[in-house]
Design a protein around this ligand. Structure first.
Ligand SMILES: Cc1cc2nc3c(=O)[nH]c(=O)nc-3n(C[C@H](O)[C@H](O)[C@H](O)COP(=O)(O)OP(=O)(O)OC[C@H]3O[C@@H](n4cnc5c(N)ncnc54)[C@H](O)[C@@H]3O)c2cc1C
Length: 478
């Protein structure tokens, strides 16, 4: 599983130099997603091109090949690869193999997937009460997919007992899976058997089953517990958790591989920092966890909202998720803030627009968008600024080129930490009602820098910080 990828993953694959090998493989190009979900049952599509200029597409991959390409690339890049060796336990200073042999290592990366070696042994798993689902899936040969331009899209169809995915893979194969309530699915599989249960789910999703007319189930069905969780701690003495070994979210938005790949990229930076600059190891561990959790929460919130916003079907499955959605309490302010600006994956707002969003979230988002619009202005040297109440500039380990470095973030309640350059940190630090000219002069003087260039950079940065609500404009001095 994990065949439908996001464009944001391609940026990481490009950075580590493996993208050309992925592109050459002939995987199906994925332009976006088509969903029968939300306000009405009629399918609608959203496209990565709407929000992602660098990678307006992604891929539907055959995981054994995709994983093999990544493995070969790591060997090419200098990693020593040992295959077919199971790890029994991880301890400080290395791992113990199933054979009893020990392998020493200054740092162990636990990437054991849902097996989650460290998290299970140390009792770090925190299960999510909302996404207690189960998936049954298999592979069909033949049948049809959507018409162009949606022929590479993942098709997601909400039906009575949950939702079904249909992913077009190369060679006319379709990956098809149903996500249902865990208790319901487990009981029905016991009663009816897995084959019949899977057949019934496919038949109940009428649009998908129409596409599968004449197709033959070639492999499966398989059943897998698909129960979301997150580790209480993602780092510890001599280890770091990544991918499904660190957290797992419901597969609705195809975020698992992205979290694994981008998490691995971050983990590599953390390990490099911990080994090369031990004095920064603690701060880097903190930043690793914060960045990872921010992504996790973001995708989690998006999936929760989208389950709660489906009105296309009525049943126990959907009613239960609506209630939980409404009972969540206030929408998380940091998520509302992120969605109103530059959201993590870029597509959140276009997707959420299709759902019947819970009223509290819709109101909070509208207020945030209106606030952002109202703050938009063009400052100049005479504009007086101050930091918004509750925000502060904090020293933190920030992501540099392949490692963490000492740097700054702007932090405060109800928003994700914003990493900033030294110039922006100085600007925010000095923003106590002074004009941008005076602030720029102070920065240029303290750093022996060219004043016109500092002034230009300060005014440009202030424009973004004002729109984002980090800086407030003070009334001119009478
Ligand atoms: C129903 C369902 C559908 C999904 N659909 C999508 C999707 O469309 N798109 C998407 O992005 N994500 C999807 N996901 C999520 C995705 O499958 C995972 O998030 C992703 O595969 C995680 O990658 P990983 O490398 O962390 O773990 P894995 O891919 O599980 O890899 C873990 C590896 O560790 C090895 N291993 C485990 N234990 C040991 C040990 N003790 N010793 C040695 N090796 C070990 C395993 O053999 C395996 O090779 C889906 C998940 C589910 C449940």
């Amino acid at each position: 599983m994990g065949e439908s990828l996001l464009p944001a993953t391609l940026a990481v694959l490009d950075d580590i130099g493996v993208l050309p090998f992925i592109e050459a493989e002939g995987f199906v190009r994925k332009a976006g997603a088509t969903m029968s979900w939300g306000r009405e049952a009629e399918p609608w599509s959203w496209y990565f091109a709407e929000t992602n200029r660098r990678f307006p597409h992604s891929y539907q991959v055959w995981r054994p090949r995709f994983d093999q390409i990544l493995l070969e690339h790591s060997a090419r890049s200098g990693a020593r690869v040992r295959q077919g060796e199971a790890v029994r336990s991880i301890h400080e200073g290395g791992v113990e193999l199933a054979t009893g042999a020990r392998v020493e290592a200054a740092m162990v990366v636990d990437a054991t997937g849902q097996g989650a070696l460290v998290a299970t042994k140390r009792g770090l798993q925190e299960w999510d009460p909302f996404f207690r689902n189960l998936a049954v899936y298999g592979y069909f040969a033949g049948g049809r997919h959507l018409d162009p331009p949606d022929d590479g899209n993942i098709f997601i169809e909400a039906y009575e007992h949950g939702w079904l995915w249909k992913i077009p893979l190369a060679g006319g194969v379709s990956s098809v899976g149903a996500v249902v309530d865990r208790d319901y699915g487990a009981a029905e599989i016991r009663n009816r058997g897995r084959d019949r249960f899977f057949g019934d789910q496919v038949a109940a999703a009428t649009r998908s089953s129409a596409l599968l007319e004449g197709a033959v189930l070639r492999d499966g069905p398989f059943a897998v517990r698909d129960w979301s969780w997150c580790a209480k701690a993602m780092t510890g003495p001599g280890f770091v958790l990544v991918g499904d070994a660190a957290c797992f979210i419901d597969p609705l938005f195809s975020t698992g591989v992205h979290l694994a790949v981008s998490g691995a990229h971050l983990a590599a930076s953390y390990v490099t920092t911990a080994l090369r600059t031990p004095s920064l190891a603690g701060a880097a561990a903190e930043s690793y966890e914060r960045l990872y959790r921010t992504q996790y929460r973001h995708f989690h919130e998006l999936a929760t909202l989208f389950y709660a916003s489906n009105r296309a079907r009525d049943s126990y499955f959907w009613e239960a998720r609506r209630l939980t959605g409404a009972q969540r309490g206030d929408p998380r302010a940091a998520f509302v803030h992120a969605v109103s600006g530059q959201a993590a994956a870029g597509y959140e707002r276009s997707v959420l627009g299709h759902g019947a969003l819970p009223e509290d979230f819709a109101t909070a988002l509208e207020a945030e968008l209106a606030g952002r619009e109202a703050r938009r202005m063009r400052p100049d040297g005479t504009t007086r600024v101050r930091m918004a109440t509750g925000l502060e500039v904090r020293e933190a380990a920030v992501l540099g080129d392949g490692c963490f470095e000492a740097g700054y973030v702007i932090a405060g309640p109800d928003r994700d930490d914003l990493p900033v350059s030294t110039l922006v940190a100085s600007l925010a630090h000095r923003a106590r009602g002074a004009t941008l000219d005076a602030i720029a002069e102070g920065i240029a003087h303290a750093n022996d820098a060219d004043l016109p260039r500092v002034r230009e950079a300060a005014v440009a940065a202030a424009e973004l910080l004002i729109a984002d609500g980090v800086l407030e404009v003070c009334d001119p001095v009478p």
